[in-house]
Design a protein around this ligand. Structure first.
Ligand code: COA
Length: 382
């Protein structure tokens, strides 16, 4: 048996090679296939970034037009899926709804699981295209509203609002949200992406892989921090309460949501872009209360952590919940929106896993009892 290493939670373990995402945690830099997140957020769209992730290059004009058209054709939900959403308990978790819908979508395709440029996972984009539609529809049905057909002339971000509200959003709202989706599309070997790759490594379908990844993201240690940042803002209430609140929370050694990151040891570059979006929305609405609150909070927190010799910076979730709030998105949809965006990265990783597959099979360090004889039930003293 070869020498084994043990790393709890696989921390520091390299489990595969990947060409998709590069994170420079020390410098606070993020690249998708070599393109910086700042440039992608400025010039690209969710659809183009999805193409980049899946096809390993930026598309030509014609390629992007074809790809966007095929994604837009896939957006609408068939009647059985609409029924499924209608019957879903209103108090049920939309993450579980997403898992169910993705599993159901699998029955619409003929699976040919092999790696090629034309493999059907690369061609059938309906699991990526329909996730935002599922969320918008779930919210409409909860509120007793009807299904809204998608609008093929709208970007992925703008169409979400159209299907959510039944009305076209302001151009900058659709644009900002599209960029938020792009910024959440990929982030290396985190728990949900690793889950997608583990399932893919068994040569299971991309639907099984993506629904498993949604399950991994549902846990609050992974998805969900932006929702909790907004809960924290509500709990603190006003700027005057920030200092006493931080005194209490830090003395109890509690974690402050939206701060810190396992990989970034500088400010998360997505937090900086999100902060810009929040400033833009605040300016437009003439309401800087949330923006000023978060800025004051960040400054107080950073000052305290620097004093302790532990510089901890804001991550993407610190501002994204506020951006979504300003865009009028219900809080319970924040984590499912993250899943809808990340589905592009998950699919890219599934395809990459298949290129040079080896099934994941780590070992456990056994700490249980030594071999012992079976005790018949009548002889058990316990
Ligand atoms: N609030 C208060 N203290 C924090 C903190 C936070 N958000 N993040 C880190 N710290 C503290 C740690 O407890 C640790 O203190 P110690 O040395 O006394 O043990 C120190 O700062 C260094 O932590 P570090 O090793 O850099 O972080 P980590 O890898 O243990 O944790 C997270 C990373 C993301 C799990 C953690 O920062 C966290 O829980 N953040 C809040 C949740 C969140 O926003 N998640 C979304 C991530 S995108």
């Amino acid at each position: 048996m070869s020498e084994m290493t043990y790393a709890k939670g696989l921390e520091g373990v390299i489990a595969a090679e990947s060409e998709i995402c590069q994170i420079d945690g020390a410098e606070g830099k993020l690249y998708y296939r070599g393109y910086s997140i700042e440039e992608l957020a400025r010039y690209s769209s969710f659809e183009e970034t999805t193409y980049l992730l899946l096809f390993e290059k930026l598309p030509s004009e014609e390629e992007l037009a074809d790809f966007s058209a095929s994604m837009r054709r896939c957006r609408d939900l068939s009647p059985p899926i609409q029924d499924m959403i209608r019957q879903f308990p209103p108090a049920g978790s939309p993450m579980e709804l997403l898992q169910s819908v993705i599993s159901y979508l699998s029955s619409y395709v003929e699976h040919r699981i092999h790696h090629s440029d034309t493999c059907n996972c690369r061609q059938t984009l309906h699991q990526i295209a329909q996730m935002t539609t599922v969320l918008a529809t779930h919210n409409r049905f909860r509120e007793g509203e009807d299904y809204v057909e998608s609008r093929p002339d709208l970007s992925h971000g703008a169409n979400f609002f159209y299907q959510l509200r039944g009305a076209e959003p302001e151009p900058d709202e659709g644009d900002i949200f599209d960029k938020c989706l792009l910024m959440h599309a990929e982030h290396g070997f985190n728990a949900s992406t690793f889950t997608a790759r583990v399932v893919a490594s068994t040569i299971s379908t991309c639907y099984c892989s993506i629904s498993a990844a949604v399950g991994a993201l549902a846990g609050f240690l992974h998805g969900g921090a932006n929702e909790r940042v907004m809960n924290m803002v509500d709990e603190i209430g006003s700027k005057e309460n920030i200092e006493p609140w931080l005194d209490k929370v830090l003395s109890e050694h509690r974690k402050v949501m939206g701060m810190g990151h396992r990989v970034y040891k500088a400010r998360d570059p997505r937090a900086t872009i999100m902060e810009g979006f929040l400033a833009e929305l605040s300016r437009k609405k003439g309401d800087f209360r949330l923006y000023e609150f978060l800025k004051q909070f960040e400054e107080s927190f950073r000052g305290r952590m620097e004093q302790k010799g532990k510089p901890i910076y804001a991550n993407v979730d610190f501002f994204s919940g506020a951006v979504y709030t300003m865009l009028g998105i219900p809080r319970y949809l924040f984590t499912p929106i993250f899943a809808a965006a990340r589905s592009a990265g998950w699919l890219a990783h599934i395809l990459e896993q298949r290129k040079d597959n080896r099934i994941f099979r780590p070992r456990a360090l056994f700490t249980g009892p030594a071999p012992r004889p079976y005790v018949p039930i009548e002889e058990r003293s316990w």
